[in-house]
Design a protein around this ligand. Structure first.
Ligand SMILES: CCCC(=O)SCCNC(=O)CCNC(=O)[C@H](O)C(C)(C)COP(=O)(O)OP(=O)(O)OC[C@H]1O[C@@H](n2cnc3c(N)ncnc32)[C@H](O)[C@@H]1OP(=O)(O)O
Length: 332
């Protein structure tokens, strides 16, 4: 891939650092379409949006048949730890297969998303892979067994549902990418608000090499993250995106410090510190921030404005607001 002169400029100062140093990158696409999106359990303010609108992306119900089929391909687990800090850690855990998603792991992922939807104290989420690598996509053994189009479509709808709800959680989410994020693993990274990459890590949509296109919603989200041109190059060339290129095109939001990367818990600690810059503060406020951004990036403008007003109503005059007013805050 030819590197532009802007590369150096983009790379300087975007390593992980103090809060506030993370904002230098541009390359966000503009308005991408006004398709209607129905929030995933958006809370009271968004409920009116859902009235009368049925969507496969809003509810966990209706997937019994494919759930049972997926359960027939066991192995690995999706582990969730909710921490006192309000930051949860979700681990894709199947190291014998480079954290590939077995069928039962797909079902577990959806269950963990449901648990996070119920976690009212939460503010942040880090998604990582076990043993120093992120995820090598769907388990090719399971893929082979359900390679008929009907099962493929059902699995794809099931995973789109889980990942769409994951991205819409009222939590600020980060994919902590060490090693490889391939195929469905690359798609999973796009279901997070942010991506942090360790030195030497790679995000690669290998679908073309498998005779596929993304099906877990990864292409739609990728276009929104890096723009149509970059997405076309990434998918068309099955490009290996390293941390530097990730920063340049806006796929990565930061790169882990080399000295700490690959050292397991240290990488996680670093990601927690990074995320802590954005999750510091009371949960209702952080969750409201995520909600207005979700509606802003997904809804038509007028609907987003109405939603923003409703969310505003939940924090205006609330405890954090009253406390700030009482302390006569100065924002120097
Ligand atoms: C809509 C979803 C679309 C998709 O996700 S399709 C799946 C796309 N992913 C792939 O094709 C990944 C294929 N795997 C690879 O390229 C390489 O294994 C990879 C991840 C670069 C790692 O390479 P190495 O470090 O050399 O390790 P290795 O190849 O010896 O792998 C270790 C063991 O893990 C296994 N593995 C890796 N990825 C897997 C997968 N996706 N499904 C099932 N098994 C998988 C691999 O077969 C090997 O097992 P074993 O030790 O030979 O028994």
């Amino acid at each position: 891939m030819v590197l532009s002169a802007a590369r150096q400029h983009l790379l300087g100062g975007i390593r992980l650092g103090a809060c506030g140093q993370h904002l230098l990158r541009g390359s966000r696409p503009g308005a991408w379409g006004q398709h209607l999106l129905r929030g995933s359990r958006p809370g009271a303010w968004g409920q009116h949006l859902l009235r009368g609108i049925g969507s496969v992306y809003t509810a966990a119900k209706g997937f019994q048949e494919i759930r049972e089929k997926l359960q027939a391909f066991p192995g690995g687990s999706i582990d969730l730890v909710k921490q006192e800090s309000g930051i949860a850690v979700l681990t894709v855990n199947n190291p014998a297969r480079m954290n590939a998603f077995s069928g039962s792991m797909m079902v577990e992922l959806e269950e963990r998303v449901s648990q996070l939807e119920e976690w009212t104290e939460g503010k942040g989420l880090i998604i990582q892979g076990a043993a120093g690598t992120f995820c090598s996509g769907s388990d090719l053994n399971a893929v082979r067994a359900i390679s008929n189009p009907q099962d493929g479509m059902k699995m794809c709808t099931f995973m789109q549902n889980a990942l769409t709800r994951l991205l819409r959680l009222p939590l600020l989410s980060v994919a902590l990418v060490e090693g490889n994020a391939l195929g469905g693993g690359a798609e999973l990274t796009t279901a997070c608000d942010f991506r942090l990459m360790a030195p030497g890590s790679v995000i690669q949509f290998v679908h073309k090499h498998m005779g596929l296109v993304p099906g877990w919603g990864g292409a739609a989200r990728l276009v929104r993250i890096v723009g149509g041109q970059n997405a076309l190059k990434m998918l068309g060339g099955a490009l290996k995106i390293d941390p530097e290129m990730g920063l340049q095109i806006g796929l990565a939001d930061g790169v882990l410090e080399g000295s700490l990367a690959g050292s397991g818990t240290n990488a996680l600690l670093e990601a927690e510190q990074w995320l802590g810059c954005y999750t510091a503060g009371p949960a209702p406020v952080i969750r409201a921030i995520k909600s207005v951004v979700v509606s802003g990036r997904e809804l038509p403008l007028e609907v987003a404005l109405r939603t923003e007003r409703d969310v505003f109503g939940t924090v205006w005059g609330g405890p954090a607001n009253l406390q700030a007013l009482a302390t006569k805050a100065k924002h120097k």
